[in-house]
Design a binder for this molecule. Structure first.
Ligand SMILES: *Cc1c(COP(=O)(O)O)cnc(C)c1O
Length: 430
């Protein structure tokens, strides 16, 4: 058995298919976010601007969040010291779960080591506790939800992405008394499209189904207090289980569900991926709780985020770059070719100091390769101008097709409409 050869061949296959991934060596700078240092293969350092972070609001570099983490680490130490079954729940985690239950107006919340694990644990456990459950899953659900569905013993059916008529067809074919779990996301992070939450909740009521929503790309960013798209649309109370991450909009690490006390208690008691793994450190819990508290009271930060995202989209469209239109903060720029996508990303980094990771198969389907741009409130108007110039240069140099220029008026074009001008212009002045 040629053990080594097997792994080298596996890597070789990825390289042949042009989907071997290279991770940039990046050092974030908390004081100069979204600037960072990139070390190339020779170890030479370059100043770059990050345009592909899921720390959407810059909460990970927020001084109050960092201070909470430092002070909790000094008081409680670096680690949790064990699973919650072995060592109990650290008090910072108790407080964090209370903040999260309050954020989503649910009886209870349960924190996991990541969002990925929270989907795996909660979906599989809930579906297995429901007798003869049928899981109805949106076709574009995230890998962690699919893993949760696979892990359960329940039957599953896939409904066409965001197609409520198809979902209704599948629901109507089932006996009313059968247990059903509808599993979907609020904001799909590759195309940036938003699901019809109200219509899905209507169907769940009509056909007696439970609902499970992943709000990972929406918590902290949508809703009056950052409770997500369901909060914005007044639907939070109609969803049985809301899942979120503490790692993206909240800028730290960890995942959670918010639901009834009975559901949280059942998942806590039955899910192996909750029971048999060490809890999050108290310092992480305190930092995350501080971030959640901040998000609740910072609609200005959400406004600044939306403003910079819209300005980015409209500036790119005006330059004839192929932006995929959507109603969210995600800015997908389509390349539709794996090799060109990688080449564009490399050229942006080496020639312009702009970091945008290429998104290739299997994260998106073949032919849907793209640059996925995520502006934050800290990407000032000057950053946006530099991004547009650089993308136009790369598109021209590599011969990637432009589209018709679109002069759409941005809803946030006027500074007076932005209640958060300080950040938007502060970084631009640097
Ligand atoms: C990133 C992501 C997760 C996983 O969250 P982590 O906290 O990063 O593990 C879950 N669902 C969706 C839709 C995601 O994009």
């Amino acid at each position: 058995m040629q053990y080594r050869q097997i792994f080298e061949d596996a890597i070789g296959n990825l390289k042949t298919e042009k989907r071997y991934r290279v991770f940039a060596d990046v050092e974030r700078n908390a004081e100069r976010f979204p600037h960072a240092v990139w070390r190339d293969e020779q170890g030479t350092e370059h100043d770059i601007t990050i345009w592909c972070s899921n720390d959407y609001l810059g909460m990970g570099v927020n001084p109050e969040v960092i201070a909470a983490m430092k002070s909790a680490a000094a008081r409680h130490g670096a680690g949790a010291g064990g699973t919650r079954n072995i060592s109990g729940t650290s008090h910072p985690l108790v407080k964090l779960e209370a903040e999260l239950a309050d954020l989503h107006a649910k009886e209870s919340a349960l924190v996991f080591t990541s969002g990925w694990i929270s989907n795996l644990a909660a979906i599989s456990t809930v579906a297995d506790l429901l007798p003869n459950c049928l899981i109805l899953s949106d076709a574009l659900n995230h890998n962690s939800m699919i893993e949760g569905i696979r892990r359960s013993k329940a039957e599953r059916q896939i409904w066409r992405h965001n197609d409520v008529a198809h979902l209704e067809e599948l629901l109507a074919a089932q006996p009313r008394e059968r247990a059903k779990l509808i599993v979907f996301e609020s904001l799909y992070s590759m195309d940036g499209d938003i699901s019809p939450i109200k219509e899905i909740c209507d169907l769940a009521e009509k056909y007696n189904a439970m609902t499970y929503i992943d709000e990972v790309h929406a918590v902290a960013m949508y809703g009056a207090r950052g409770g997500g798209v369901a909060e914005r649309e007044g639907q939070m109370h109609r969803l049985d289980i809301i899942e979120g991450t503490l790692a993206k909009g909240f800028g730290v690490i960890g995942g959670y569900i918010a639901a009834s006390a009975a559901i949280c208690d059942a998942v806590r008691s039955y899910a192996p991926s909750f029971i048999f793994t060490t809890a999050l450190p108290p310092a992480v819990a305190d930092a995350a709780a501080q971030s959640v508290r901040l998000a609740k009271s910072r609609p200005d930060l959400r406004m600044a985020h939306q403003r910079q995202a819209w300005l980015t989209k409209h500036a790119l469209m005006k330059a004839g770059l192929p932006v995929l239109p959507n109603p969210s903060h995600i800015v997908p720029v389509m390349v539709r070719d794996a090799q060109l996508c990688k080449a564009a990303s490399d050229m942006l980094m080496t020639r312009h100091g702009i970091y945008i990771q290429p998104i290739n198969y299997p994260t998106v389907s073949r032919g849907a390769e793209r640059l996925r741009i995520t502006p934050t409130p800290y990407h000032g108007d000057a950053h946006i101008a530099h991004l547009v110039e650089s993308l136009v240069d790369v598109w021209t140099t590599l011969g990637i097709p432009f589209v018709e220029q679109q002069d759409v008026e941005a809803p946030f074009a006027n500074d007076a409409q932005c209640t958060y001008p300080a950040l938007a212009t502060r970084r631009a002045a640097e």
